[in-house]
Design a protein around this ligand. Structure first.
Ligand code: IMP
Length: 442
């Protein structure tokens, strides 16, 4: 099963992955790097994870950081140390030897490039993600298996760092890096990580042969996808469900279902068009009540109404079987709630998401307004506990996307969740146009 973000990331995938990890044998992160951030709350303890899948909190679940990811060893080691301090053993963590490694020059170039872009900046997380993937594509990357080979790593970095220094000095006006201390530092990281490194393809093949339950966890979201997102305001990897096959090295026939995670409203971090953005008091309310600050950068997230055009695009691009709708409780106080059902572009009405960001920037949302429920939903345990207007809101979203809602999340705690139907074994979506016999998709 693949879990993907159905918006611009930060949909609450960490909590949903954590819930579903309970019945998973393996959780596999297939793309992205330390630009991602998951917050998982278990009782009194809060875990902030960037690279390690939240499945690590279950002692029997094996977690894999697969080939399609980019790994910043310094941050990964900090996460391991932090988990250890909180009493979580990480012997079940496996790192693909063919994943790429984020190096100090990647971070420097990411920040310098953003600076140089001025008003054309992308609003990256500054974690070196784009430059690491760029080196992967131009075949000058360092992989985990290079890190594990002291002689090879020394030789490689002794030609790559002087080459990067030309860029740092001549293009960006920065100080050059001295290869020696970088090599020493990364060799020390290698020793700390060595016991976790493996051929992840073999591990996954064995798990598939043993009919184990594998959860592929996407980072970021559909609209941040390098190919299918709001380019150029995207990340440099493929968060969409298809990315799981490439990033983990499993064939598409091995994926049995896909669940999309969407907030009950929309947020976005960084630059780029956002048709339903609210810059008024309601937007501020969503930001404050929803604690909409990035786990990785602490930046305030831009907030807006739910956009069903985006929702339908996510259903199509990922082939979603069902949805998990998170943070419904954030809407509790509102007197009325809007949902964008189409865009107005001049005298045209668009029901499909435009693949050109320049067009998206000109789109005006067409809203339907629904009544709010103005009561607390955070303790609701089943659909029948929800106020009628909250149920109607969920039904409206499901109908707009022609996709059933399997999970509703009403707070950060594991217990603040309504499981409408089992997302792992429940019915699968057949065709986009099929009608569903489902409590949230009448
Ligand atoms: P990068 O991935 O750091 O290169 O950033 C590219 C774009 O993706 C920026 O707009 C970031 O704010 C956004 N982004 C990257 N990771 C996340 C995430 O985990 N959640 C939300 N936005 C993200």
């Amino acid at each position: 099963m693949v879990i993907v973000g159905a918006q611009w990331g930060d949909e609450g995938k960490g909590k949903i992955t954590d819930l579903l990890s309970h019945s998973a044998d393996l959780v596999v992160r297939y793309q992205g790097g330390v630009n991602a951030g998951h917050t998982v709350v278990v009782g009194e303890r809060t875990f902030k994870l960037h690279l390690i899948p939240s499945g690590i909190l279950y002692p029997k679940t094996r977690c894999v950081i697969a080939t399609g990811t980019v790994i910043d060893p310094e941050v990964l080691i900090q996460e391991l140390d932090c988990l250890e301090k909180l009493g979580v053993a990480a012997h079940n963590l496996f790192i693909s030897q063919t994943a790429h490694v984020t190096m100090p020059y990647h971070r420097l170039i990411d920040l310098a490039e953003e600076d140089r872009r001025g008003k054309y900046r992308l609003g990256t997380t500054g974690r070196g993600i784009g430059p690491t993937y760029a080196d992967k594509a131009s075949r000058t990357g360092i992989r985990v298996l290079d890190l594990m080979d002291p002689v090879g790593l020394t030789e490689k970095l002794n030609w790559i760092i002087p080459y990067k220094n030309v860029l740092l000095e001549k293009i960006y006006g920065l100080a050059p890096l001295d290869p020696s201390p970088v090599i020493d530092r990364y060799l020390a990281y290698a020793e700390r990580l060595r016991s976790h490194v493996c051929d992840a393809g073999v591990l996954l093949e064995e798990a598939i042969c043993n009919r184990e339950n594998i959860l592929f966890e996407g980072a970021q979201g559909t609209l941040l996808d390098l190919d299918h997102g709001t380019y150029p305001y995207v990340t440099s990897s493929n968060p969409v469900a298809g990315g799981a096959c490439v990033g983990a090295g499993v064939g598409p026939t091995m994926i049995d279902r896909v669940i999309g995670v969407a907030k009950a409203y929309t947020t976005r971090v960084g630059e780029g068009p956002f048709p339903t953005e609210l810059t008024d008091a309601i937007g501020q309310h969503l930001g404050t009540k929803g604690a909409e600050f990035g786990t990785t950068t602490g930046r305030a997230r831009r907030c807006g109404w739910f956009d069903a055009v985006i929702g339908r695009y996510a259903v199509r691009t990922n082939g979603l079987d069902c949805l998990a709708v998170t943070k419904l409780d954030v809407l509790d106080e509102l007197a009325e709630i809007k949902v964008c059902v189409a865009y107005r572009l001049g005298d045209q009405v668009l029901k499909s998401f435009p693949s050109d960001s320049r067009i998206l920037a000109q789109c005006e949302p067409i809203y339907e307004t629904l009544p709010g429920w103005q009561s607390c939903t955070c303790d609701c345990q089943q659909l029948s506990d929800l106020p009628a207007a909250a149920l109607a809101y969920l039904q409206f979203l499901a109908r707009q996307m022609a996709t059933p809602i399997a999970i509703v999340s009403l707070g950060a705690e594991r217990g603040q969740t309504i499981i409408v139907e089992d997302p792992i074994h429940g019915p699968k979506r057949a065709l986009l146009t099929d009608a569903f016999d489902h409590p949230l998709c009448p």
